[in-house]
Ligand binder design. Structure first.
Ligand code: NAD
Ligand code: FES
Length: 300
């Protein structure tokens, strides 16, 4: 929490008792970022690099909003930062922007799109929904969480999505069930039809949404942010198989065609990557393909 750092927190908001939103002054990131991209935050000289998907940005104010859950030691420390304090690094924008932004407008206008946001994954869904509305497209959005207390950004999402469907695992708010139960309700009981699903949330959620949408024949995009560690292509943490190709979430993604992602391999690998022994095995097994040849370290 050093005074000469420049990435000042201009706003801090508790979305739940463990999930925080912070607006950070980073004018060059704010000017250049798009929905789908991420930043790497380093709190101080010794701090871990934390990749976080951009939740919102204000190009005029020069601020970027990030959302994080205080779970591990780094994010717990981050949660102690207050308005007026500053981070050492705020690197970005990194990764590719959402493919919706580059889609021909005529094609985009024909698509019926459903966003599926799971828990903290609601944060990266929000800027995409907002971008769609601001560019004249109506979309629907499912927000799923364990219970009422874990629903985030509901009011903001309602401002931009045509329909927002809330679902909680325990039924304490909105529909009862997980996001897949809600998708089934919309498609089978309410006669909704979708051409494209964008599902962002925990890995297990994205896996099961993809299994369902594959059956339903709906193309699905997912964000593989959860497997990123250093966000530069160097560490090899986010290596994954897309179809028959080896890709890296931080360099080639974070968004991919969900029907081509090998989720089981990615989740197993993530577990292995957590231990030093596992990392050694992975490095040996994967050789030159352990990390990306296209390392990206952009300074803000
Ligand atoms: P959570 O475990 O509470 O799950 C959120 C919702 O996902 C559930 O309420 C349910 O509706 C759905 N879900 C979970 N498992 C499911 C299953 N097997 N089938 C169908 N639906 C299922 O989520 P959380 O604790 O808020 O999320 C934390 C996770 O989100 C972390 O693992 C983090 O890495 C991830 N995350 C992902 C992104 C991304 O870009 N993909 C961004 C931020 C956070
Ligand atoms: Fe390290 Fe992608 S997060 S290589």
């Amino acid at each position: 929490m050093t005074e000469n750092y420049i990435y000042t927190i201009t706003k801090k908001e508790s979305l739940t008792n463990s999930i925080y939103l912070m607006d950070v002054l980073a004018p060059r990131v704010a000017k250049n970022c798009y929905p789908g991209q991420f930043v790497i935050v380093k709190m101080d000289e010794k701090g871990e690099r934390i990749p976080l998907t951009i939740c919102d940005y204000d190009r005029e104010a020069g601020t970027v909003s990030i959302v994080f859950q205080s779970l591990g030691s780094s994010t717990k420390l981050m949660a102690e930062y207050e308005e007026g304090e500053a981070f050492r690094d705020f690197t970005g924008p990194l990764g590719h922007r959402s493919e919706l932004i580059d889609m021909p407008r005529e094609e985009l206008s024909k698509l019926k799109i459903l966003f599926v946001a799971g828990g903290v994954g609601t944060a990266p869904v929000y800027p995409q929904v907002k971008w769609m509305k601001e560019n004249g497209y109506d979309v629907d959005c499912v927000i799923g969480a364990r219970n009422k207390d874990f629903i985030i950004l509901e009011d903001r999402m309602k401002k931009y999505a045509k329909n927002v469907y809330i679902t909680t695992d325990d039924g304490s708010y909105g529909f009862k069930g997980n996001v897949n139960d809600c998708i089934k309700e919309l498609v089978f009981n309410q006669g909704k039809q979708y051409d494209l699903v964008i599902a962002i949330g925990p890995m297990i959620m994205m896996k099961f949404v993809c299994l369902l949408t594959k059956e339903l024949g709906i193309k699905t995009i997912v964000s593989m942010n959860p497997i990123m560690v250093d966000g530069t292509g160097m560490c090899g943490a986010c290596r994954l198989t897309i179809g028959n190709e080896v890709k890296f979430a931080c360099v080639d993604g974070p968004e991919f065609d969900g029907h081509l992602v090998n989720f089981d391999e990615a989740m197993k690998r993530l577990q292995m990557y957590k231990s030093e022994e596992g990392r050694v095995i992975l490095r040996k097994r994967e050789g030159d393909t352990h990390h990306s040849n296209d390392c990206r370290i952009h300074a803000e």
